[in-house]
Design a protein around this ligand. Sequence first.
Ligand code: MTE
Ligand code: LUZ
Ligand code: MOS
Length: 805
Amino acid sequence: MDKPVDTVLEAPPAAPFVDHAVHAARRLDAAAEAKRHDAGARVGISRAHESAHLHVAGAATYVDDIAEVDGTLHAALGLSPIAHGRLKAIDVARLRAQPGVVAVLTAADIPGVNDCGPIVHDDPILADRELKYLGQPVFAVIATDRDLARRAAALAKDVIDAEPLPPVLTAREAHAARQYVVPPMQLARGDAHAAIAAAPHRLQGSFSLGGQEQFYLEGQISYAVPQEDRTLLVHCSTQHPSEMQRVVAHALGWHAHQVQVQCRRMGGGFGGKESQSALFACVAAVAAVTLQRPVKLRLDRDDDFLVTGRRHGFEFDWDVGFDDDGRLLGVDMTLIANAGCSADLSPPVMTRALCHVDNAYWLPHVDLRGYCAKTNTQSNTAFRGFGGPQGALAIEMILDSVARSLGRDPLDVRRANFYGVGERHVTPYDQVVEDNVIADLVARLAAQCDYAGRRAEIAAFNAASPVLKRGLALTPVKFGISFNVAHYNQAGALVHVYTDGSILVNHGGTEMGQGLNTKVAQVVAHELGVGFERVRVTATDTHKVANTSATAASTGSDLNGKAAQDAARRIRERLAALVAAKHGVEPASVRFANDFVEAGGVRVPFEEVVHEAYVARVQLWSDGFYATPGLHWDRERLKGRPFFYFAYGAAASEVVVDTLTGESKLLRTDVLHDVGTSLNPAVDIGQIEGAFIQGMGWLTMEELVWHPKTGMLMTHAPSTYKIPTANDCPPVFNVQLYDNANAADSIHRSKAVGEPPLLLAFSVLLAIRDAVSAVGGHRVDPPLRAPATPEAVLDAIDAVRAATA
Ligand code: MTE
Ligand code: LUZ
Ligand code: MOS
């Protein structure tokens, strides 16, 4: 009944994606998976996403698709027209007089606490006294329909009376003024300064790295529906229902048990709905409770850009010492993140950045200082990788520069620095790297993609090509898995087995397209020895599983998979005890596989056993819980064991750059990535491809521009902010999974896949840098900033030309 490998990859679509699909098909070993499946396995098998049939038919329900309750009102936000100022008054009467307007909310109308900050309480829901950035919500208009609400809210600049103050718009400016959202952080080991001074070679530099908009396809949205006796149901597109429950209760001055938050799925979150769904949930909730009417708040895309934050742009200043082989002996680095106007998740983002500066390399002496600069811009937040990509890219840029200064191949310099054995496998934050596979993984990829042969070919091409220059880079990834706040690493689940043998699962994670529900359903089906079709995973709901963590840090399937497995296992053990008693055998000898339960040589259909258990009054549902073992973390010193394990990967990318226009094109990418023993190879490959392309967008085309005087985000729509499309996928895109069971006891020895592969896109930026470097015969270091837009590439080419003229 349960056919495996029913993936979207079976029938390759028509050109121009034929190449891509053919490669994809080859990477999945359908025969091996079918064999595993016949033997009873439900994990390690490629399955289409549990909602794929709904996604493609437009039948998947997102928050805005939920049938509206009669009497639903619509909210829109009035935004600050200035980047910094003192709020003096709001002409509420004028807003109330607009057509269709039912009510106007300001900070004074919030019955509880006017704050929705996740860690530090510096995030007003609606501005109070101070205007902190252009786009900050100042008031909410509630009207009979969305269009009328938005029309009234658009009067913001006319109804807000404020005294402008000079804004601080860049991280460098804020750093110079020592203006931060939290105190500076430091990660240090040994004596970096002495090591640099004593090193045979020394290099210094700076690097500027842009931020990135999450650009989830479904924008921020909340729909709050009052229920009986001072309770409220909030449908919210969020990665963190429990946090939404908490902030809504605070804003209302209520208890958590009065607020129910539900999320069936998101149309993407990418970190943007970890904390920042809060403001919208709070506004909808306060409006709904105040008016005792259902209220929906759905943001327009431009407002979504103007109101919410995104990936932190970083500025790096570095100073390193190294030996003749390019081995780093001392690394001194200042990391300045543009945190925006409030703390939000910037402190853990900076922590993760600092803990990823090592990437795959042993750095004996480090002094890393992290500053979360406070500026008058949107408050930056989680985005796939959570600071990890920024920290790791810094060291990759440095190693690239080190290699060039020594006239060596960057891959050789990288290899010389890889984590090894003995003291060479302890991270700067004191965690021992126990599962290191980077040298073998990179060696395999380099051989598979013929790195050395193509390097020579490209050199020959460039020697004969004055205008078009090609470039190649192979970069590794090591990414720590676990929330770097230890207590977030817990999860709960609820599994119901109904008397007909069908199974309903609920867990604390949220589905945002990443396939979490598919994986959790596979885990439960596997545990109970039944077909995948029997298992349905339902909406995440704070009334079902309490006190959940955000679905973030790539831990969704690690945590919730284990919790659901725990619940399913308890039910299985009860069924086994019943069957064992009947047949007079040991419970451990009872087998659950392929929809049958087998004991004492007798095979009974699963649903019959379930029915017997019901009649025998055996509990057929269970909760489950999981807490990641062995984690500890000293927040002051940034030392300990923050990660359960590491995920590894590497990518080799080849580009061609037009040195007259600065345009670049990705020609080919080869990826070898470690997902441990995959729970679902098709879903994992999809995550790797998606993360890679998203990372490439960040580093090559997605550019954020704030007006240097007003602080207006000029790039606030797809017309000015360019994300990659299917056409930007490399024509040759080989993605393979690295065979490597997790050394840690994770769910079926799999590894998290959500974020780590985003870092594979470093290879694209460094390949572009390699191509630009060819302009100067690889004698000067191209001062290439990211994103490497055509303008940035031309600037770097000009600098290289000037230095070699
Ligand atoms: N994949 C899709 N399709 N949509 C998303 O929003 N978010 C990413 C990643 N993959 C995302 C995604 C981010 S930022 C994280 S942390 C993980 O998914 C979260 O899910 P997981 O922990 O279940 O992998
Ligand atoms: N830490 C982390 C966090 O590593 N990843 C996250 O997404 C996160 N979110 C909140 C707090 N800490
Ligand atoms: Mo992902 S940035 O941890 O939501």
